[in-house]
Each structure stands twice: as C-alpha cells, then as structure tokens.
Design a binder for this molecule. Structure first.
Ligand code: SAH
Ligand code: SF4
Length: 437
C-alpha cells in the first residue's frame, strides 16, 4: 500500500544521512546496525505489554511467584493483557490483591508513547510511536505504524526495525543512519497501540466518526510487516512477535492474515515458513539481476534465481495461498512491456499475486513514478497472463502525500479487481496485501 511506503519516507528525528549516502555511493549492500536491543524479560519497572509467555513467566518468577503457580498466573496475565487489553493490574480481579500489588510495584502495563496520530479523510490512521528508552543515551526510538480500514478488513502495517541496514536505492528508510532491531515486545506493542486507539477490545468502542470494518470482525484483522526495516534481518523477534499476535487465547490473529515482506533474505525464508507459517511478500522490483543489483542490493548476495527457488520451496503454497510480489513502478527503469513479459515468465509455476506500487518520491530520490498509461499497460500484460495485478490504492494521501493524481484511474483498476474476484482468479485482498480471508 502506498501508505506503507510513506512510513519509509519520514522520520523527523532521523539522524543525518552521511553514512548511508556514503554507503550508497560505495555501492554497499548494507550498513552496519548501530544498536541492538536484546529482547528478554522485562527489567524492574518495565512494561509487561508485548512479552511472550516465557518472558512473562520469567517476570513472575523474578517477583517470587511460586513455581507451581507460574503456569496459571501466566495464563491469567495473558488473558488480561492480550484478550481484554487491560491497562491496570487492579482490573485483574481473579488474582489476589497481594499479587496485584506486587505486580504493580515491579511492573507496568504501559504502552509505548503515541507521539502523534494523523487521521486521513479516508479513515487511514498513522501513529508516530516512541518506544521506551533503552538506556541513558537513548531518547526512545521512533517508528510509524499505519492502520488502513476497509469495509471487510482492517490492516495494520508494522515496523520490524528502526531504520534498515539495507540500501535499496528507491527507499527512504534505507537512508536512515540509526538502525536497531525492534524487540518482539516492541513489535507486538504496535498492535496493542492500534487496538487501544480504535477501540478494538471487548467492551471498547471506536472513537467518534472513526472508519472501522463493518463486517462484525476484529477492527485489526490483518497485519503486514511492511513498515520500516527488513523483517528477516530480525527473524527471531519477528517470529516471536507473530507467535504472540496469533495466540488463540489472546490477540488471535490468523497466521494467514499476517504477511511478512522481505527484500529477499533467502536463507531466512525457509525458517519463516517453518516457524511462523505466515503469508509471504517479496520486494522483487526488477526482473534482471543487473537492475535488481542496483535497486535491491541484497540481490548481489542472493540473486533472482535463488530468490525464486526459495519462493517455490515456501511451505503451503496453493492458489488460495499465494506469494505477493511487490513491484515498484519506476519511470523508464523497470516499467517496459518487456519487463512485464519477463515478470510473468519468471513467476511461472509459483502461486503468485503481483502488486504494482506507484513509486513514492522523496527528497533527493533519483527516480520518478511511471506514467499512469505505462502502469496500466504493464498491469494489462500481467493481467492477461492470468495474474491479479492490482495497483496499490494510495490510501491516506492527505496525511501522506502519496504518488500523483491516481484516484480516478485507481477506480478503474478496482473494477477490474472485482471482475477478477468474480472469476476466482484471486484478486482478493489486493488493496491490502494478504490473503484476503
Ligand atoms: N524491508 C521490507 C519491508 C518494508 S518495505 C521489504 O523491502 O520488503 C515495504 C515495501 O515498500 C517494499 O516492497 C519496498 O520495496 C517498498 N518501497 C520502499 N520505498 C518505496 C518508495 N519510495 N516507493 C514505492 N515503494 C517503496
Ligand atoms: Fe527499504 Fe525494505 Fe530495502 Fe530496507 S529492505 S531499504 S525497508 S525496501
């Protein structure tokens, strides 16, 4: 979604770009991560929100909850934190007063701070979230998280890292100097913050006038890892966060409604499939190695053939469970008819959806978005080959300055997507990546 791309575009507190510019000029694949925060049990006074079952267990053991009670107490905390969205230990009435007092002395149920919220005319919401400080020199890393409501689903786009060590030449996140992995708790906390803000807890109500799905399902029904960062450079925390998000006794998101987007960290893809079993999206963007080496430099490590082989091996693929290939439309760079034909040829045999993304320019970027006629023509070729080829609807343009005047043209594609859905070619879920369940 175009919305997502803008996450990559701005961070008001981003450090100077010198390192990354130098890295790009030198043709580096990646920069060095400067700071890693190790996920673990919450230290004293820290929040329990976002922790895994094991981390909660450690936190309880640390305040001398007897071993024989741990399992039950973890289950109780889990229910309050992740099913009910509790913000105060006092609400946890099935726990004794003494334990609640102990918990509130040692820990909190604090969420990361919402620095700002912007609401688009189309209902899209964007939050700037400040994570808790990790030490005296850290003011708290800031990331953005975007909520895109539709009638039958609500998609939350989450970040996996602060910045990104990779240096894709069209992506603004790649210019950010400070990079660190988010902990699993910080990834989960993005969902908690979103649920708080849109009233997606039992007994809660959405803010006045808020646009939320009206199909009776959860307001956040889908998650896409398409914010800042390369999720498969932070696989441990991403997998742990997905475990928490999809736990049937808590946040209960279906793994089939969680999509992890990667630029192509081939060795981690099998692990993602085996351990997280989510939907997969690939930032392909080019069909020839020479060009992909430049646009998505990780291609120099793992080329298109290796990447597509890893896609073919991804577990559980079928027509109902396709890989999404993201393809950013760059004027005169990757948008020719020949590129479109090569694209469908490359993807032969892989259950696939292709998402064409209008390029979102940013200050200093050297690319332009393809003309609309070109995007349509490209999309037509892909469509004729039997693939859904939606162009991501630029959502939240008023708060995000997305690419150009696309609305009416987007409507045309929407009509086509509907037609494809009727034909059962899998146009489902095309405006929010994911399998559309
Ligand atoms: N790092 C991961 C996930 C985050 S990026 C990845 O690269 O897959 C989410 C998507 O936005 C990716 O497909 C990325 O290539 C694309 N993107 C980044 N900057 C963009 C821009 N300026 N315009 C359009 N798409 C962009
Ligand atoms: Fe941007 Fe993704 Fe490339 Fe990182 S891997 S620079 S987030 S497109």
């Amino acid at each position: 979604m175009a919305t997502v791309l803008d996450i990559a575009k701005r961070n008001p507190n981003a450090a100077p770009l010198a390192v990354s510019d130098a890295a790009r000029a030198a043709g580096f694949i990646e920069k060095t991560a400067e700071l890693n925060v190790v996920a673990g049990a919450a230290p004293g006074g820290a929040s329990l929100v976002g922790l895994t079952r094991d981390q909660l267990k450690d936190s309880l053991a640390a305040i001398d909850v007897p071993e024989r009670e741990l399992k039950m107490r973890v289950a109780q905390l889990w229910h309050w934190i992740y099913f009910r969205g509790a913000r105060d230990f006092a609400e946890m009435t099935n726990m004794g007063k003494e334990l609640r007092a102990k918990l509130s002395t040692a820990y909190t149920l604090a969420r990361p701070q919402v620095v700002s919220e912007q609401v688009s005319k189309d209902g899209t919401r964007k939050w700037l979230i400040r994570m808790a400080s990790t030490g005296p020199l850290d003011k708290g890393a800031e990331i953005e998280c975007v909520y895109i409501p539709e009638v039958d689903r609500g998609t939350l786009c989450v970040s996996s890292q602060v910045g990104c060590t990779l240096t894709c030449s069209f992506c603004h996140t790649g210019t950010q100097r400070l990079v660190r992995n988010l902990t699993s708790a910080e990834i989960v906390a993005q969902l908690i913050v979103a649920r708080d803000a849109i009233g997606d807890w039992p007994g809660a109500t959405p803010p006045d006038g808020a646009f939320v799905p009206s199909d009776g399902g959860r307001f956040v029904s889908n998650i896409v890892f398409m914010g800042m960062g390369e999720p498969l450079y932070n696989t441990d925390n991403v997998v742990a966060a997905i475990d928490v998000m999809s736990d049937g006794e808590g946040l209960t998101l279906s793994r089939r409604r969680i999509t992890v987007s990667t630029s192509g960290v081939v060795p981690q893809m099998e692990r993602l499939g085996a351990e997280a079993n989510t939907m997969l999206a690939i930032s392909l963007h080019a069909v020839r190695d020479e060009l992909r080496d430049e646009l998505v430099p990780i291609n120099r490590k793992y080329d298109i053939k290796q990447l597509l082989d890893a896609c073919r091996a991804y577990p559980g693929l079928s027509n109902a469970r396709r890989i999404t290939f993201e393809y950013v439309m760059l004027k005169g760079v990757n948008d020719s008819d020949a590129d479109a034909r090569k694209l469908v040829q490359l993807l032969k045999g892989i259950p696939a959806k292709i998402n064409l993304i209008p390029f979102n320019p940013w200050p200093g970027s050297k690319y332009e978005c393809s003309d609309w006629e070109r995007i349509e023509r490209f999309s037509e070729i892909v469509y004729r080959a039997g693939y859904a080829s939606p162009v991501r609807t630029p959502r939240g343009r008023d708060i995000l300055a997305a690419c150009g005047q696309l609305k009416s043209e987007t409507e045309k594609l929407r009509a086509r997507a509907r037609m494809m859905a009727e034909q059962g070619i899998g146009a489902e879920g095309v405006y929010a990546v994911g399998n559309g369940e």
